[in-house]
Design a protein around this ligand. Structure first.
Ligand code: ATP
Ligand code: MG
Ligand code: MG
Length: 382
């Protein structure tokens, strides 16, 4: 079969491999770690840094198209690969969204609102920060994920201390917003600019990490404007591939873009069991130049994230394998584990999708599991 290439070695890459393999492709993974969720299931693993020229050349020689599973790939590596073969998404789009300052500037430039913020490149930028940004969140502009590289700050003094603790790398200070709900839009944009948008997801985070996603054909009155904004962003970036746009809905009814992920997203894992096409199959289809798949939702669905905490039922370090049999006994429940060697607290280990004849049914099943595994957040219909 033909080969597709992947930069990155995490769980998103693993699920991409599975989807591409189901379509008959072989996958070559370039990742510096000796093993990991994606490398373990790849048809071939090139163990090399993301900017390793020899590794990139090998990937380019043997594959038909290359994709990425995380946003921090050096844009130069994508640009080099793009001089040799199809790369989705392209270097320019990734470059914009991997930097929170460039990302917010770009989105705002399209006329789509973002959170009130200020770029912080030197400590003096905090002296002149307007009062409406406090209390706020200082976020490193690059390389943050799962709430890492973020500090909640009540005052300028706290912001300066946090900036120093981040070793004064470029940051953004955002106002702490009063959120009514969080939504995300997962979509694909094909080589010809055609868009396929999955149903809008409603997300609940816990300690900066996604905990629960709820999806039905209508989860929010903001689904339509969020979808329109996501398409405008994908078009504006001339994006090719799968992307996710995260949104905040404020108590006063404003819809803001939080951030963009240039890849499949944790809040799109529901597509694996509830849609005609999964977000990972869609990623492979785009790369292969195949038609985009249907994004139709077959059933209301709740996705529960399974973090390493679930392996530690007590307060100490005693590790206990969760009772998967009890989970799998429940109807319309699918368990996805990423094969990570070690369960650490706050580490994403897997997820569970529960579909239902109605959303209320899916929520009931999910909350049964929340109780069984002592997960931190309950699912809800509203
Ligand atoms: P991801 O894993 O999604 O990439 P991240 O580390 O990039 O996460 P953000 O998406 O910026 O982090 O923030 C994580 C979560 O923290 C948000 O989904 C939201 O729940 C909360 N949050 C972030 N920024 C704000 C804000 N300005 N006001 C209120 N809550 C916020
Ligand atoms: Mg992020
Ligand atoms: Mg986020």
């Amino acid at each position: 079969g033909e080969w597709l290439g992947l930069l990155g070695g995490g769980q998103l890459g693993r699920m991409f491999c599975h989807a591409a393999q189901a379509l008959g492709y072989r996958v070559m993974v370039l990742d510096p770690a000796a093993e990991g969720p994606a490398a373990d299931v790849a048809d071939k693993h090139i163990k090399a840094d993301y900017d390793d020229k020899a590794g990139l050349i090998k990937l380019a020689e043997h594959t038909r198209a290359v994709t990425t599973e995380f946003e921090n790939v050096p844009a130069d590596s994508l640009a080099y690969l793009a001089s040799q073969l199809r790369v989705t998404p392209g270097a320019r789009a990734v470059e914009v969204v991997q930097d929170r300052i460039a990302e917010k500037t770009f989105v705002a430039g399209l006329g789509v609102p973002v959170a009130p913020h200020r770029a912080v490149r030197v400590a003096a930028d905090l002296d002149t920060a307007p009062a409406n940004l406090f209390p706020g969140i200082l976020k490193v502009a690059r390389l943050g994920y799962d709430g890492k590289g973020q500090a909640r700050v009540k005052t300028k003094e706290e912001a300066v201390a946090a900036f120093k603790s981040f070793e004064e790398v470029p940051c953004v200070l955002e106002a702490m917003l009063d959120l009514k709900e969080e939504l995300s839009v997962i979509m694909a944009r094909g080589l010809n600019g055609e868009c396929a948008v999955f149903p809008v997801a409603r997300n609940v985070h816990h300690e900066g990490i996604l905990a629960v996603t709820v999806v039905d054909n209508f989860v929010s009155e903001f689904a339509k404007p969020a979808t329109d904004a996501a398409i405008a962003i994908a078009d504006g970036l001339d994006y090719v591939g799968v992307l996710c746009v995260e949104f905040f809905v404020l108590q006063d009814g404003q819809l803001l873009v939080n951030e963009i992920a240039p890849r499949p997203h944790n809040s799109g894992h529901y597509t694996m069991n509830a849609c005609a096409t999964s977000q990972f199959e869609q990623q492979a289809r785009v790369m292969a130049g195949m038609p985009l798949g249907s994004t139709e939702l077959f059933a209301p669905v709740v996705m529960l994230n399974v973090l390493g905490d679930v392996w530690y039922p007590g307060s100490g370090d005693l590790q206990v394998e969760p009772d998967w049999a009890a989970v799998l006994k429940l109807p319309r429940t699918s368990l996805h584990l990423y094969g990570k060697a070690e369960a650490r607290r706050a580490r994403k280990m897997g997820h569970i999708n529960c579909t239902g004849a109605t959303l209320a049914d899916a929520v009931d099943t999910a909350n049964h599991i929340v109780h069984l595994l002592k997960l931190p957040v309950q699912a809800s219909v509203m």
